[in-house]
Design a protein around this ligand. Structure first.
Ligand code: FE
Ligand code: MN
Length: 335
């Protein structure tokens, strides 16, 4: 019997229904990690947040702005990511263990989308306002437009991954969503919202972001593994020119995220300054570059070592005292 060589892309005879025997064990590991991290937004009690949000004293205008900007960016970024998985990536990645992970990730993106519905409902945010911010706030729109433009070509119905140029287009999409969207554009927001959590302000919203961060760090890990494997299987695509394109895109991502951070945080609050966030973005960009086999760019030190501690926490650790172990059932309304 002829053995068929399994590859991520363009395997002439990959049977997407034949998951065993498995070649890419990492895809399986990430799948299990996703399952082990399972959560839903209703697990987090929002009572204190609702009181703080509705009180005139609880938060400064700058703190409210920071929260609203992050609601505005994340509420729509999650579905942009989900759509890219389902409409673009899933068609071209025929390997069954990778598809299994993509199904899990798509579900997690649905949970994240649900989180912002839950936040709007509990806090009583104006949904029209929150869900228009990605068109109306220039620093948010610039990030979304950048990723969408990087990834447009593979949405074409006739797109196929045959040939080096098309594989490059496909990898470009992966870099756009996994490295830049999930690996850089989410991180200024994570730092801001988790800084609030550390100062015990809007603890429920902060915990929601903490759960999302933990999921996103697995998405990013899967994405970098996928990119590395595609490079290893198709070494001809990694030309100097293509490597430069990717590098420039990642560095542009850092600039756009810095502009967003300055817009969220026009004045330093919560012990945070946009410039310190830039240093953090440079630090994580270096790590993203290294993880896909590139040289680092900045050599910046991590100004927020507590971020890595949070990423590594397991759910069972019951990390904050407000952490609830029982599901809230029934109404989303606290009034
Ligand atoms: Fe997400
Ligand atoms: Mn994600």
């Amino acid at each position: 019997m002829k053995t068929i060589k399994k590859t991520i892309l363009n395997a002439s005879a990959t049977d997407p229904n034949k998951i065993l025997p498995m070649k890419y064990k990492w895809a399986r590991e990430f799948y299990k990690q996703g399952v082990a991290n399972n959560w839903v937004p209703e697990e987090v009690i929002m009572q204190n947040d609702v009181e703080t949000w509705k009180s005139t004293k609880g938060l400064s205008d700058d703190e409210r702005r920071l929260i609203m900007w992050n609601m505005g960016f994340f509420s729509t970024a999650e579905s942009l990511t989900a759509n890219n998985i389902v409409l673009s990536m899933y068609r071209h990645i025929t390997n069954p263990e990778c598809r299994q992970y993509l199904l899990r990730q798509a579900y997690e993106e649905a949970v994240h989308t649900d989180t912002f519905i839950y936040c709007c409902d509990t806090l009583g945010l104006d949904p029209d306002k929150v869900y228009s911010m990605y068109n109306e706030i220039p620093s948010i729109k610039a990030k979304d437009d950048f990723v969408v433009n990087m990834t447009k070509s593979i949405l074409d119905e006739n797109f196929s991954t045959k040939g080096a140029i098309n594989i490059q287009r496909f990898v470009h999409d992966l870099v756009g969503f996994y490295i830049i969207m999930e690996g850089i554009f989410f991180y200024a927001g994570f730092v801001m919202m988790l800084s609030m959590l550390r100062q015990r302000k809007m603890v429920g919203v902060g915990e929601q972001f903490q759960f999302i961060l933990r999921d996103e760090s697995v998405h990013l890990a899967f994405g970098t593994e996928l990119i590395k494997t595609i490079f290893a299987e198709n070494p001809e695509v990694l030309t100097k020119e293509f490597a430069d394109t990717i590098r420039v895109d990642i560095l542009t991502g850092v600039e756009l995220e810095y502009a967003y951070a300055k817009d969220c945080l026009p004045h330093g609050i919560l012990g945070l300054q946009a410039d310190t966030i830039l240093q953090y973005l440079q630090y994580i960009a270096d790590r993203r570059l290294e993880r896909i086999g590139f040289k680092k760019e900045f050599g910046s030190k991590n100004p927020f070592p507590w971020m890595s501690e949070i990423i590594d926490l397991r759910k069972e650790k019951n990390f904050f005292e407000t952490r609830v172990t029982e599901y809230q059932t029934g109404s989303l309304s606290w009034d």
